[in-house]
Design a protein. Structure first.
Length: 187
């Protein structure tokens, strides 16, 4: 499976926005690792993880960062006074399992969260789609290069949704009108 980066983070409730932004930049770098598990008290009590919503701007920015970095939050039960503060985030599906919370350690007022980091053989195998050839084309960025999937294509995400999407014909995006063409056509 390779290396797994494991991090622990504490975010004070009154943390300044510039410190949050510095953390998000570090998170972006760390989430590019082969596998990332990040746990800690993020002090965002207003986040509804099931609906991916939050009332406060700082919490919404945190949600945006987790989405931008393809992180999944796996703790489902409240961890302190009926609120979910202590989180476990991962960037690979199936990386974390057996998540349990309950009880406290010492005199802590937070529930303890236990989980396992699963190794390659414990995780579900990646699905392979043999009916598509994927071409990722650069969009207005000359630093990007065209990438061809292996012959027969593959499902890099391991999701049945990707398999369904790629089972049909794949057309290069350049055959469709660009956003600029559509915009100027309507004027």
């Amino acid at each position: 499976m390779g290396d797994t980066v494991v991090g622990v983070y504490y975010r004070p409730p009154d943390q300044e926005e510039e410190v949050d932004e510095a953390f998000y930049r570090q998170l972006e770098v760390a989430s590019r690792s082969q596998a990332l598990v990040l746990m800690g008290d993020f002090n965002c009590p207003d986040i509804c993880w099931k609906g991916n919503r939050a009332r406060h701007a700082q919490s919404r920015r945190f949600l945006q960062s987790t989405d931008d970095n393809f992180l999944t939050q796996v703790v489902e039960e409240p961890t302190r006074r009926g609120v979910l503060l202590d989180l476990v985030l991962m960037n690979k599906e199936g990386l974390v399992g057996d998540v349990k919370d309950g009880g406290s350690l010492g005199c802590s007022d937070h529930e303890m969260v236990e989980f396992r980091i699963l190794h390659g053989r414990s995780r579900a195998p990646m699905e392979v789609n043999s009916g598509a050839d994927i071409h990722l084309q650069p969009m207005e960025d000359p630093t990007l290069e065209q990438v061809d999937a292996p012959e027969g294509g593959c499902d890099p995400v391991g999701s049945p949704h990707w398999s369904k999407l790629l089972a049909g014909p794949v057309t290069p995006w350049r055959e469709e009108p660009t956003l600029e063409q559509v915009f100027w056509q309507d004027l």
